[in-house]
Design a protein around this ligand. Structure first.
Ligand code: AKB
Length: 337
């Protein structure tokens, strides 16, 4: 008989975690999904509950929780991203690797059925093919984040082969959502929307023609759930699957945003993140994910921009001044208001 699913999300307050936790709760029921993160529960929004403060680096605390929780699935999302990782290489390596090794080892001990851990396009480096970067391409990353993801993928495969742990992974591109990311190189593609909605000019930290692989969060969440639902014998990749959706430059996303916010301005002041972006592919070939478990993205650039502007406007709406804000004065066409 199947065990009733009991799910632990580690890093649940982050950009992916907050949306994945909500999606898992819709699928399995709120009380079957425990959200956890490093933050004390006093600062965590009510909708994240049931919630537990957990430092994934504290192996003893994690082990106790797993012994009590009898979890069937774990989603381990806590990590330091590419730009923060370049500023703090050793803490990034330590967090990204030790936390993964804690989760893998304890998942075997506590007989967890399935584990999800995110990888990234950052596993690729300057030697990889720039366009339509294949699944089995050279992975020689030049960032600590990328090195930790490339090594982590191999650890996942090792645990699958050696201990039979059903660990699954995706190489996420830059993820775009109304919730803020932190410390990544692709973060500009989220920040830009918040500036556009506020009516402020945006200074982009990448050059205008820097093309990178990107994905709308609702596609990323659907991909994660579809991968976790796929029959194990269909999965030929036990490192991490390439996952493609969109590719665009800051100029292209700006040109799409100004269709809805004509007064919006951008300027370009590339910083150290330009070098990271230049080391990554511009687009991803995800044929293997499509063949193995039917992956197909849904959002194109225009749909994503429309949805993002809607969501951020709702999130940041000032209800006290509702009467004085007219659609005509807001800079949005009627279908985005
Ligand atoms: C980052 O920019 O570091 C991340 C990623 C591509 O994994 N968004």
């Amino acid at each position: 008989m199947n065990r009733k699913e009991k799910i632990l999300v580690i890093g649940a307050c982050g950009q992916i975690g907050s949306e994945l936790t909500a999606a898992l709760r819709l699928k399995f029921g709120t009380h079957c999904v425990l959200a956890s993160d490093i933050w004390p529960d006093t600062g965590v929004p009510r909708h994240m509950f049931p919630y537990l403060q957990l430092n994934v680096m504290d192996k003893e605390a994690l082990s106790e929780l797993m012994a009590e929780g009898d979890f069937t699935q774990i989603y381990h999302l806590a990590a330091m991203l590419s730009a923060s990782g370049e500023k703090n290489p050793q803490p990034a390596w330590n967090l990204n690797m030790t936390s993964l090794l804690n989760v893998l080892e304890l998942s075997v001990i506590h007989k967890v059925s399935k584990v999800f851990w995110p990888s990234s396009i950052a596993v690729f480096g300057p030697k990889a093919q720039k366009t339509a970067c294949p699944q089995y391409e050279i992975t020689e990353p030049t960032t600590i984040y990328g090195i930790s993801k490339a090594a982590g993928e191999l650890w996942c495969k090792y645990y699958f082969e050696k201990y039979g742990l059903d660990v699954r992974s995706l190489r996420y591109p830059g993820l775009i959502s109304a919730g803020l990311p932190g410390g990544g190189t692709t973060d500009y593609a989220v920040d830009i929307f918040h500036y556009a909605v506020k009516g402020d000019a945006y200074t982009c930290f990448l050059k205008g023609d820097t093309k990178l692989p990107m994905m709308y969060m609702s596609d990323a969440i659907r991909a994660t759930i579809e991968l976790m639902d796929a029959p194990g014998d269909r999965l030929s990749v036990r490192t991490a699957y390439n996952l493609g959706a969109l590719s665009f430059t800051p100029e292209e996303i700006y040109d799409t945003i100004i269709k809805f916010v004509p007064a919006f301005h951008i300027e370009y002041k590339p910083d150290f993140r330009q070098q990271i972006a230049d080391s990554w592919p511009q687009s991803i070939d995800d044929k293997v994910a499509n063949r193995d478990w039917g992956w197909r993205p849904e959002f194109d650039l225009e749909n994503m921009v429309t949805d993002m502007l809607n969501r951020i406007r709702i999130l940041t709406r000032d209800y006290s001044s509702e009467v004085s804000v007219s659609a005509a004065g807001s800079g949005y066409p009627a279908d985005v208001s």
